[in-house]
Design a protein around this ligand. Structure first.
Ligand SMILES: [Zn+2]
Length: 434
């Protein structure tokens, strides 16, 4: 490795490094679009091109192989662990030191845009390309990584790969999760060639920093160029199975019905009334995102429903209150409507507070470079929250256009905004790795 310029220990954000890394906006933009071409589809509603790289599908595998090729082109030593997480390592002057980690995910929801997750991975790659261009060797190694099934869309548990790497989920449990067709994670990892041999439990990195799109409207609405993320709110996912009795819509009197569809509707309304009550704080959110009626016919009372409840709250105690109250509601509703309601937690993560020190490094660079920024709590879950349990961690948010819409083909951040984010990421990594 060329050691033309060496970053010495103790260099801080005020040492003339503020956002000066030669990030190539066009190169980053081109990589984002090359990756988005894998798993691309035409959205019927909008006519826009979207991305569908559901975890461990053939499209995800093709995306993985493309990113690994880029990792190798920039000289990163690539390894794949037993849950399919991929790490690309750039040597430092002292490879015995714990690395600075950066990364995110490249799996997507079935109706995604080009930026969610991918910006963090390709932003980290671009930082390595820029470090090469500037002939910089850091003191600590740097690792760029992407984690398996962050979205949780296919196997029902989000942050799957990073949760296993950081020790929250046991490998065997993650391997045994199945999709709707009963196909297990381990089988799919093997099928697509990403059942690696490296131990999945990662030693604590020196620090973890993740670049990501905001996926919300706040930064753009308030005129900020970047966000320093303070933490992630608590998330609770439950899957409800409601069983009543299918019946003829014309001949069955209303009072004799056991209508599972009606029960789901009542729960949905109750969720909104809980929020409106203000009892769980102004930040509480609730969503019924999945609702499947059976037999799903115009003239049949639904006998069976599968639906989901997604709760978010920055306050763990208020989240626990909301979970308790909603469970009490569906217990009484089951009795009232003579249906059975079974609830199963598919994901549950406590709120996470990111490292004040790493936030200060990011904010220091943004201040020095005159970038308009604010601190912001993440509304979405991210791989970073798993790392917060094992090392100093923080995130950088890039604002999105169109009210920050995400998980949608309209998801968009400008090339300049993406490059600004990568520049902030690069400066932060330089400081942390020096
Ligand atoms: Zn994401």
């Amino acid at each position: 490795m060329d050691c033309g310029r060496i970053m010495r220990s103790g260099l801080g954000h005020n040492a003339g490094l503020a956002m000066t890394l030669p990030i190539d906006e066009a190169r980053l933009w081109a990589s984002l679009h090359e990756l988005a071409a894998i798993g691309q589809y035409r959205d019927e509603d909008t006519g826009l091109l979207g991305v569908n790289r559901l975890a461990l599908t053939d499209a995800d595998a093709a995306g993985r192989r493309q990113v690994m090729r880029w990792f190798e082109q920039v000289g990163l030593a690539v390894r794949v662990d037993r849950i399919g997480n991929v790490y690309g390592r750039r040597s430092g002057l002292d490879d015995s030191l714990a690395p600075v980690l950066t990364g995110s995910h490249i799996d997507s929801v079935p109706t995604a845009g080009a930026f969610d997750g991918c910006l963090g991975v390709l932003g980290g790659l671009e930082v390595c390309r820029a470090l090469d261009a500037a002939k910089v060797v850091t003191r600590r190694p740097i690792e760029v990584c992407f984690f398996t099934d962050e979205e949780g869309c296919r196997f029902g548990t989000d942050m799957l790969g990073s949760a296993v790497a950081c020790g929250r989920l046991p490998l065997e449990l993650a391997w045994s999760l199945v999709d709707r067709d009963g196909i297990a994670v381990k089988n799919e990892l093997a099928r697509i060639g990403f059942l690696g041999e490296v131990n999945e439990r990662i030693g604590p990195p020196h620090a973890y920093v993740e670049l990501h799109i905001e996926q919300g409207p706040v930064l753009a609405a308030e005129g900020f160029e970047l966000g320093v993320v303070t933490g992630v709110q608590a998330i609770s996912w439950q899957e409800l199975t409601i069983v009543g009795k299918s019946a003829h819509a014309g001949t069955t009197p209303m009072h004799l019905r056991r209508d599972a569809g009606f029960a789901a509707a009542r729960i949905h309304v109750q969720l909104h009334e809980m929020i409106a009550s203000g009892r769980y704080g102004a930040e509480m959110r609730a969503t019924m995102g999945r609702l499947e009626l059976a037999p799903n016919r115009v003239n049949v009372v639904p006998g069976r429903v599968l639906c989901t409840v997604d709760l978010r709250n920055p306050d763990d105690a208020r989240m626990a209150d909301a979970e308790r109250d909603v469970a009490a509601y569906w217990r009484s509703l089951a009795e009232e409507l003579r249906v059975s309601i079974e609830a199963r937690h598919t994901a549950r993560t406590a709120s996470v507070t990111f490292s004040a020190e790493v936030q200060a490094v990011i904010a220091g660079h943004l201040r020095d470079a005159g970038v308009r920024h604010r601190h912001i709590l993440s509304g979405a879950g991210h791989d970073a929250q798993e790392f917060a349990a094992i090392c100093p961690t923080a995130m950088i948010f890039v604002p999105g256009e169109h009210d920050g819409i995400s998980h949608n083909p309209r998801e968009y951040s400008t090339a300049a905004a993406c490059a600004r984010g990568a520049r902030a990421l690069g400066s932060t990594i330089l400081t942390l790795a020096s």
